[in-house]
Design a protein around this ligand. Structure first.
Ligand code: XMP
Length: 556
């Protein structure tokens, strides 16, 4: 067994996350839809064959960090999937199986005959060792977490790196003997063979995880493999992504008209800007202000797109409609449904209004990210499927061809592209925000204008202080929740009966799990006293210390 309980480096509190995995942004634009554009692909790539490892995505991410395009392919995918990509190298990922168990994924021997270097990581290395005549067995004790590594024979893979280094391990099965023709390069307390190579055949293996930050020489090892061994050129960069995507969008769209639902989130913003760069005014963005946004959010989006980038933008103030629809609705699911339905109605109306006779938009821009593609099973065939929050999204039956320029990008790459295109930091680094907005943060009661305004102000104070403390980017999300509850207090010698505001701040890699953020006490104090001083209706502030699971990030 490998990849068991890998100490989650990304869960450290208020610490930079190690895992570059990204998730569907909490934007109202992620559900899968009608037809698709062809997948994008850079000229040179290294394929990561996914055996189900916890960090397979992260390997691809780190390869891209080295300037080389990389995709994840399920180990069960047809060989042709890999061959047609003409990869410059192949990486075999970690995975939870034991090579000697009956149903363990096997090594496709044809991969070794493609004439390109192969690097096995963790389970990938064990597979190589097992299939090529080495000895893999379960060790008496496993190695999990930070581990000392002794390099005895650096070979090609580890040349020039220190003889003593640390690395991050997560395995119980261990390579005890390298296969014939291989040199053992390094060992650890438990692993006699923690790295090995047959440089002549171009086959390499490492037991540890170079992709996590806790392996200090990990990125160097990956770079060695990619550049010196595979001979890749480091051409994958935000600028190259922009050039490539612009060309693809032009080829797809031609003279057609394109429409984009802009939410203000980073994914739809970057996607819209790319499309605008490609086809200019053939694009029209539709921004539906449902009145459930955070303070000044609508203004920021409109000013960035319309005034700075000159993107044709229709801004619809639909707040009255949404408020009317939410009247009397208190049950969370009913709230979500009401908002979702209203959003679709407004979007349909605007799309129809924009159509000029037969000259209607045939294309719809979506900010789908690579992680959405993987999580919906299309990328790797992996079993893990995240249930998407479709509220605030568009239905499947809208008759558009999709333009998805971020379909091959991780979230941080999408952000880098946003920066490359000149998107202001405020939009590039915006924390995720749910499609149904502030309405699902008013708990146990109706989302009235009065409550929304109060919550918006409280949220604004929290954001301001968090930004001031330099913590905004380190948090996955930070926001306020307003339960429909009042408590007794005393202010200015008078009894008060006011609202409770809940502070919710979490760290997370991907929103699937989250930890409550240990915000500094003095920051919490400042936030609380500002809220109670500046917001007349608030007389109590509390902190939510629930992780996910068992809680969810949002309260509804
Ligand atoms: P939960 O509350 O399930 O949320 O832990 C996980 C992430 O999803 C966001 N979220 C939504 N995003 N529409 C969205 O676009 C929604 O209806 C929705 N509900 C929750 C949430 O903010 C968190 O980032």
């Amino acid at each position: 067994m490998t990849d068991v309980a890998l100490g989650a480096p990304g869960l450290a509190v208020i610490a930079p996350v190690a895992d570059g995995r990204s998730v569907p942004d909490s934007e109202p634009d992620s559900p899968p839809r009608t037809s698709r554009a062809p997948e994008s692909k850079a000229t040179e790539e290294v394929v990561v064959v996914d055996y189900g490892g916890q960090y397979s995505q992260l390997i691809a991410r780190r390869v891209r960090d080295c300037g080389v395009f990389s995709e994840l392919i399920a180990h069960s995918a047809p060989l042709e999937e890999i061959v047609r990509r003409k990869p410059r190298g192949i990486i075999l990922s970690g995975g939870p199986a034991s090579v000697y168990s009956e149903h363990a994924p096997r090594l496709r021997r044809e991969l070794l005959d493609l004439g390109v270097p192969v690097l096995g990581i963790c389970y990938g290395m064990q597979l190589l060792a097992h299939e090529l005549g080495g000895r893999v067995e379960e060790a008496a004790v496993g190695e999990f977490g930070r581990t000392d590594l002794r390099v005895s024979n650096p070979g090609v893979l580890l040349a020039g790196m220190p003889a003593e280094q640390t690395c991050w391990m997560s395995h119980r099965d261990t390579v005890f003997e390298a296969p014939p023709g291989f040199d053992a390069l390094a060992g650890s307390g438990v692993s006699p063979v923690a790295a090995m190579e047959d440089a002549k055949r171009g086959i390499f293996g490492i037991q540890f995880h170079p992709e996590v930050v806790h392996t200090p020489y990990g990125q160097e090892i990956l770079t060695r493999f990619l550049t010196d061994i595979c001979g890749c050129e480091r051409t994958w960069s935000p600028a190259s992504i922009v050039d490539e995507q612009v060309a693809r969008i032009r080829a797809q769209v031609g003279e057609g008209r394109v429409i984009c639902g802009l939410s203000g989130g980073v994914d739809s913003s970057v996607a819209a800007l790319l499309v605008h760069r490609a086809v200019g005014d053939q694009l029209t963005c539709v921004f539906v202000d449902h009145g459930l946004m955070r303070k000044d959010e609508g203004v920021q989006v409109i000013s960035a797109f319309r005034d700075t980038f000159n993107v044709p933008l229709v801004a619809v103030d639909a707040s009255e409609r949404f408020l009317a629809r939410l009247h009397g609705v208190t049950e969370p699911e009913a709230k979500r449904k009401a908002i979702g339905a209203e959003f679709i109605e407004v979007f349909r109306e605007e799309a129809a209004r924009l159509a000029d006779g037969d000259d209607r938009a045939q294309f719809l821009v979506q900010g789908t990210l690579y992680s959405d593609v993987i999580e919906s099973g299309a990328g790797t065939g992996a079993a893990k499927i995240k249930s998407h929050h479709n509220v605030g999204g568009l239905p499947d039956d809208l008759d558009f061809e999709l333009v998805e320029p971020l379909r091959m990008l991780f979230k941080d790459e999408a952000r880098a592209v946003g920066t490359e295109l000149g998107l202001p930091d405020r939009l590039v680094w915006r924390q995720p925000f749910p499609g149904p907005g502030l309405a699902i943060r008013i708990i146990g009661g109706e989302a009235t204008k009065e409550r929304l305004d109060l919550l918006r102000e409280a949220d604004h104070i929290l954001q301001e202080e968090i930004r001031r403390a330099g913590l905004y980017r380190e948090l996955w999300q930070s926001f306020c929740v307003l339960p429909d509850v009042r408590t007794v207090g005393v202010q200015g010698d008078e009894r008060t009966y006011g609202y409770v505001v809940v502070i919710r701040a979490v760290t997370s890699d991907d929103a699937m799990t989250a930890d409550w953020a240990r915000l500094p006490y003095d920051l919490l104090e400042r936030v609380a006293s500002r809220m109670m001083g500046e917001l007349r209706e608030v007389n109590r502030v509390v902190l939510d210390i629930t992780s996910k699971p068992p809680g969810t990030i949002e309260w509804e």
